[in-house]
Design a protein around this ligand. Structure first.
Ligand SMILES: [Fe+2]
Length: 282
């Protein structure tokens, strides 16, 4: 069996979107290579190991159902925006991807692919250059932040009616969780929140649960979901062709196409915390 350190094991993993879970039905899935079941009853989630009677810790928060393999997990990450009453929490779906969950997070952090992969939506030629941004480590929370990110986008969100220079903050909160705070076109003083919560199923397969926490009084839930799913569908074409599927943490194992400060910081952060699941060392 794969042995992983407490940084990975003593944590919470998403297993399904609340909005897409049928109450009373027992679901079977895997986290970190371990087979589990979970069930939602009256908005309370229960879970256990598939081959034992033992129960597992479980939670219902941020529009997701969460399970931990640990008896003593740390707190679920804090995302205060979810408590703001005027925001809409909408699932953009749970999508299985045949690659390491760490690859999915790394791709989410990459602005350079916008004009080429999300053409005329999140970017367009000739505006292909990624402007310099700042990478910071939040020592207290043990998280990575990329601030002052910006990219000119023809259609930066479902609510955007004209091209705007979108401002981004990326927050890498966990090895398999990244949150994007982006320009909110209907309220200049606040930011939309897009969470990518990856369920590491096995070393080289995962389920990407995407949750929007948006200020948007223009689009229906379906319109918001369709916009995000179109973007993610384009990303999948890139992700399934990446070789190796596991993420190399040794820079010598993969020649970076470009020097990318956030990607480098992410890999270094994973390596320093001895994360091996989903890496070429796993
Ligand atoms: Fe993308």
């Amino acid at each position: 069996m794969h042995v992983e350190n407490s940084f990975v094991i003593d944590d919470w993993y998403p297993v399904g979107a609340l909005a897409e879970t049928v109450s009373g039905r027992k679901y079977h899935t895997r986290i970190l290579g371990t087979a589990i079941w979970y069930q939602l009853t009256d908005d309370v989630v229960s879970a256990g190991l598939a081959d034992h009677t033992a129960k597992l810790a479980s939670k219902n928060i941020y529009g997701l159902l969460w399970v931990s393999l640990s008896d003593n997990p740390r707190d679920v990450i804090a995302i205060p925006e979810f408590a703001e009453a005027d925001r809409r929490v909408v699932s953009a779906g749970s999508i299985r991807v045949a690659t390491s969950g760490l690859r999915v997070i790394e791709n989410f952090l990459d602005m350079a692919h916008f004009p080429f992969v999300h053409t005329d939506i999140l970017g367009a030629e000739p505006l292909t250059e990624v402007a310099a941004y700042d990478v910071e480590i939040d020592e207290a929370a043990d998280e990575i932040l990329a601030v002052n990110c910006r990219f000119p986008q023809p259609k930066g969100s479902a609510a955007a009616s004209e091209p705007v220079e979108m401002q981004y903050v990326y927050r890498i909160a966990r090895p398999f969780i990244a949150i994007l705070y982006k320009t909110c076109v209907i309220d200049a003083n606040r930011l939309d929140v897009l969470g990518l919560f990856v369920q590491p199923v096995d070393q080289e397969s995962c389920i990407a649960h995407t949750i929007m926490c948006y200020l948007d009084d223009i689009n229906t839930d379906k319109q918001l979901r369709d916009f995000q799913q179109r973007i993610f569908g384009q990303d999948i074409m890139i992700l399934i062709n990446q070789v190796p599927k596991a993420l190399p943490l040794d820079p010598r194992h993969e020649t970076p196409v470009r020097a990318d400060a956030l990607s480098s910081a992410y890999r270094r952060w994973l390596k320093d915390r001895n994360v091996t699941f989903g890496t070429t060392r796993g």
